[in-house]
Design a protein around this ligand. Structure first.
Ligand code: ZN
Length: 127
């Protein structure tokens, strides 16, 4: 599988490590959007699109982030027992990848390509 197109949209947010979003096309037939380019401590890296884990309010059914203590819609205190359990989950597990490469080599390939395109875009837009 090859990347046939990469589109980058730069993000200019102070105090944010997010540098850009990428949408990547594979073999001209499959697109993955919302890939994030993040400035990490060791340099740029690519994060796959993910979904915030949510739970439903027992009162009104509103979808709350797992870390919420009160329902964002009706204000009901969310079950503390359940909360304790979920607080043990690492922050990384509060998000679940929607699509991601299985093989390390392919992850590296995507990362390389996306960062290369990001750098190109960054240079042209700064001129
Ligand atoms: Zn509620």
């Amino acid at each position: 599988m090859q990347i046939t197109e990469t589109r980058i949209s730069l993000v200019n947010r102070p105090n944010s490590r997010l540098r850009a979003y990428a949408s990547v096309t594979f073999d001209d037939v499959f697109v993955v959007r919302d890939i994030r380019i993040i400035e990490g401590k060791k340099g740029l890296f690519v994060a796959m699109p993910s979904k915030k884990m949510q739970r439903n309010c027992p009162q009104c059914g509103f979808k709350n982030a797992v870390t919420n203590r009160f329902c964002g819609s009706c204000g009901t205190k969310l079950n503390p027992v359940e909360k304790k359990e979920e607080m043990r989950t690492a922050p990384s597990q509060q998000h679940r990848d929607l699509a991601h490469p299985i093989k390390t080599e392919f992850r590296d390939y995507i990362q390389e390509k996306v960062i290369e395109e990001y750098k190109k875009k960054e240079t042209t837009e700064k001129k």
